[in-house]
Design a binder for this molecule. Structure first.
Ligand code: PGA
Length: 250
């Protein structure tokens, strides 16, 4: 595991953008596993800037997103499909047909989960997976539970997740209570993973993810098993963690 301890959100974003840009440059047809939420927004903005300066070309890049709310169409401004378009895809030259995200409107969950597994499989897996972490330790919408769920699945969102995401909706009652999420196997099979975290509110979850027991009660803890994990986090998010000799702290 490599831990990049960055000063603040902006520095975290810059480092994450560097790592994503490096992947795009080294492998122009890479498969990027992408995340939504506040955490990666700054990195997406910086990647757009580099694209505008002709430093990056996304024309052969494919993407698979981690998750989508159930019941929201891609046209709904609260959907993750909309988030990705408005915060990233519409401002770079990635081809819309190369971007993938679960279909929140598909009510047949078996069908949709199968379809998404086949999408990921047909792409040959993920080269670089970007992850945020929930305050409850979730990755994607793999919520704390009794078991790691390997494949794409439909999940009832934890009360704490609904509460945390209510800030994006007019009221708490409007937050969808279920979502599709990529499973733990696709995440762990990514060739490399960048886990991003910013702010004091993530410190406990990040500590447990990196230093606690590997347990589905804290889904991000499974990342300890990955051989190529970079943690890009700011000082507040890392405030509970002391580096050990097995970490590489640049
Ligand atoms: P956030 O969400 O980036 O909005 O904090 C992260 C997550 O819940 O995975």
């Amino acid at each position: 595991m490599r831990i990049y301890q960055m000063k603040n959100y902006d520095e975290m974003s810059r480092k994450a953008a560097d790592l994503i840009a490096a992947q795009v440059i080294v492998k122009p047809d890479a498969v990027l596993g992408l995340a939504t939420g506040s955490t990666p927004l700054g990195a997406y903005r910086l990647l757009i800037e580099r694209y505008q300066k002709n430093e990056l070309d996304f024309s052969e890049i494919c993407s698979v997103n981690l998750d989508e709310y159930m019941g929201l169409s891609a046209a709904n401004a609260q959907s993750y499909a909309y988030f990705m378009r408005s915060n990233f895809f519409d401002s770079i030259n990635i081809l819309p047909e190369n971007t993938h995200i679960p279909n929140g409107l598909e009510e047949d969950t078996v069908l949709e989960c199968d379809r998404y597994e086949r999408v990921i499989g047909a792409l040959g897996g993920i080269d670089l997976q970007i992850l945020g972490i929930g305050g409850n330790g979730h990755i994607g919408f793999n919520e704390p539970g009794d078991a790691f769920i390997p494949e794409t699945h439909c999940v009832e969102l934890a009360a704490s997740t609904i509460q945390a995401n209510a800030r994006f909706f007019a009221s708490r009652g409007e937050v969808p209570t279920a979502a599709y999420t990529m499973g733990i196997r696709s995440i762990l099979q990514a060739k490399s993973i960048v886990l991003m975290a910013s702010g004091k509110a993530k410190a406990k979850a990040l500590y447990r993810a990196l230093r606690g027991p590997i347990t589905p009660a804290l889904p991000a803890s499974v990342l300890q098993l990955h051989g190529n994990l970079s943690v890009v986090a700011d000082e507040e998010a890392l405030s509970d963690i002391k580096a050990t000799s097995t970490d590489k702290l640049p």
